[in-house]
Each structure stands twice: as C-alpha cells, then as structure tokens.
Design a protein around this ligand. Structure first.
Ligand SMILES: [Zn+2]
Length: 393
C-alpha cells in the first residue's frame, strides 16, 4: 500500500495530470467555500471544472433554478456513453466554514494526515472521484472502449445547508441513473448504505404576561408549558429504532425577572430511518403539542434514504474491495446525517454513499483526512465503475 501511496502522490510517471492529487487538494482547501460565500464556492467550481474536462466531461455550471434559494451554481459534467442510462457521482463544493470562521488553513499533521476546512468533507471526496474516473477511463481507453453508461458528475454548491433549490435537478438526474454514488467521507472506515431523513419543527407557545409578584395568578407561563412539553418530546428518542429528537434552541419571555413569561419558541430536529417511522413521529409530536396555546409547523424535511435490497449486493462488493485495499473489517452503516443522496434515493436505483476518503471530526476545526485512503478509495470506486459499468444498461 505504501508503494502505491508514493506513486500516487509523488512520482506519477507518465500521467497526463500536471498536478498530484495532494496538490489539487491543497489548492481547493485553500479557497474558502462556506455555503454562504457564493464567490468562494464558485471559485472552487471554476478550479475543478477543467479537471473534469481533462477527463472528457462536458461541464456546465447551472444556476440555482429556485430564485429565492441563494447559492452558487451547481457543476454538472456529462461524459456520454453508449447508453443514455447513467451512473452519477455526487459530491459538494461548499463547507460549513464561512469566511468569519477562524479555521481557514490546511496543515500537515504528519506525512499522511492533513487538517483543514472541508479537507475530508467534501473536497477529499472530489479528489477521490477525479482519481477513480482517471483510473476507470484510462482502463477503457487502453482497451479502445467507450463507457456503456453515460457518466455524470454533480457537485452541489450548498449541500451543507440542505441543497435548497436543487430538488428537481436531483430528481431528474436520479431518474436517468441506474447507479448513484455519494462521495461523502467514509463513515467509521466503512461506507453508508442508508441515511436518516430529518424533520424540523418550529414550536410557538403563547402565554399571558402578568406582574410576577403582584398578579402571579393572572399570568400564563409560556416558558413553563414549553419546558413540560420538551420533557415529553425528548421521550420520542429511541436509539434502537434509529429515531432521535433534539431541541436545538429555545427562547421566550422578556429579559426580566418580574414578568410572567408571555411567549416561548423552540426549534426541534428529528431524525427517522424510513417513511413509516417519519409518519409515526410526526403523529406523536402532534399529540404531545395538542394544546390551544401551542402552534407548530414543519419548516424543513428530507426523506430518508433507506437501505434497499437492490443496493445490498453492490454494497457488499464495495466493502470486500475496501477490505482488500485497507485491511480491517469495514461495515455498511446507517448515518444520522442527511446528504445529497437522500434526494436521489428511489425504488429501482442502486445507491450508496460514503465512498469518499477516511478521516474524522468533520464540521469542526479538528477535521482531518487520512491521505493514504485517497488512492485506496479511488481504486475501489474505479472497480465499482468498471464492474457496474460493464453491465448492460
Ligand atoms: Zn458533506
């Protein structure tokens, strides 16, 4: 493995690429691309565009069709195969680190570990995709073959804030695809076979203000009612069933001791593994919050990507190939985090995620990538493209 690692990063004899994967990774990690930094995300898209073009992709930068959803454009690259049916690779150019974050620079922790904003999530994923495509396409070229499946690469500009505005694009790409591969980072050295869906609730409680000393009886305390409801809501969390409920923020009342709290608000996150669990949870929340003083609404929702029997044989193959490359006993996981593949998931589609590099501590200043897994994961992905791609669409 070390020999392969050195070849990939230092020597690269005879390859068309002018830059090594590590140099490319450093370049894109050096560009701030917090989701709200539209110029920065665009700069990353422009930087990687010729890298996909060199591989033969025709690339467009598509403006967000949802006028109200502010984001940089999405990069979509197409390499036409013998069939219009597609294999789609999805990744993202944005990070959670806006220009205001103190975490802006990459540093090498040692020769194989690199710390930096988005270094594994998901800029490392972009590099793995590029490397895998190069291996796969140069294999085809040496055999004078054209890919059977049309290949599509899709780089989302606002994945970290829910990919608003792209639902229709994801659906269209999904419908023309037989296989969708997410390049999110590996999950605990394994891959992701399912992703929970999320339902976000906004809760508002109306009470009645009164002097807390003189007219205590006349007051109706909204903070108290919200607190009682929160205790009940928390009981909906069920780890064995992969259901969680978490209040992320509460506010209420005036900034005073002596006024009974007249209003309160909460924002609540919930995660569910499948549609049935989602319906059960929404019903239970409704029952708990049934009170004339309470109003609530669902402000955002993403459908779960449930692990499906059609994907399982491919997931098993990928795990076996990872084991051959890296050793250990990689497993397929259900992730609590929503990703772009949630939007792609549908019956009849082979879909998996977490085929990006190994690392840890994403979304924190400790985020790091294990650089040795760029070549290993790229070879695994190339093998998947080769094997799935040799099927008749
Ligand atoms: Zn990500």
């Amino acid at each position: 493995m070390w020999w392969a690692f050195l070849t990939m990063f230092l020597i690269r004899p005879g390859l068309v690429q002018a830059k090594t994967p590590l140099e490319r990774l450093k370049e894109i990690v050096s560009i701030n691309s917090g989701s709200a930094n539209l110029e920065g995300v665009l700069a990353v898209q422009k930087k990687i565009r010729p890298w996909f073009e060199e591989l033969g992709f025709e690339v467009v930068l598509k403006e967000n069709p949802e006028g109200s959803a502010k984001s940089a454009p999405m990069l979509i690259g197409t390499l036409v195969g013998k069939s219009p049916r597609s294999i789609t690779l999805t990744m993202h150019a944005d990070t959670v680190f806006e220009p205001s974050s103190p975490f802006q620079k990459w540093i090498m922790k040692d020769e194989s570990l690199m710390n930096g904003p988005g270094v594994m999530d998901d800029k490392g994923g972009i590099i793995v995709a590029l490397e895998a495509l190069e291996i796969y396409l140069s294999g085809l070229k040496s055999r004078n073959e054209k890919p059977r499946y049309t290949l599509i690469v899709e780089v989302t500009p606002n994945e970290e804030v829910g990919a608003l505005g792209w639902e229709k694009t994801f659906r269209e790409l999904s419908e023309q695809s037989d296989l969708v591969i997410g390049l999110e980072p590996a999950y605990r050295k394994g891959i992701v076979e399912g992703r929970k869906g999320n339902v976000w609730f906004e809760i508002e409680v109306t009470g009645k203000e009164a002097h807390a000393g003189v007219n205590h009886r006349l007051g109706v305390n909204a903070c108290n009612l919200l607190a009682k409801k929160m205790v009940e809501l928390e009981k909906l969390t069920d780890y064995p069933k992969n259901v969680t409920v978490s209040v992320g923020r509460i506010e209420g009342g005036q900034d005073k001791y002596n006024i009974v709290c007249g209003w309160a608000k909460a924002k609540m996150d919930s995660r569910v593994p499948d549609a049935a669990a989602r319906d059960r949870l929404v019903k239970a929340v409704g029952r708990i919050l049934k009170d004339p003083a309470i109003r609530f609404k669902i402000t955002d929702e993403t459908v779960p990507m449930a692990a499906r029997p059609l994907s399982r044989p491919w997931t098993q193959k990928v795990l076996e190939w990872i084991r051959q490359e890296e050793g250990g006993s990689p497993e397929a996981h259900i992730s609590g985090g929503v990703g772009d593949v949630n939007h792609y998931a549908r019956e009849g589609l082979v879909v998996m995620d977490g085929l990006g590099p190994v690392g840890d501590h994403m979304h924190t200043p400790e985020e790091f990538i294990d650089l040795r897994t760029i070549p290993t994961r790229a070879r695994v992905l190339a093998r998947l493209l080769e094997e799935f791609g040799s099927k008749r669409p």
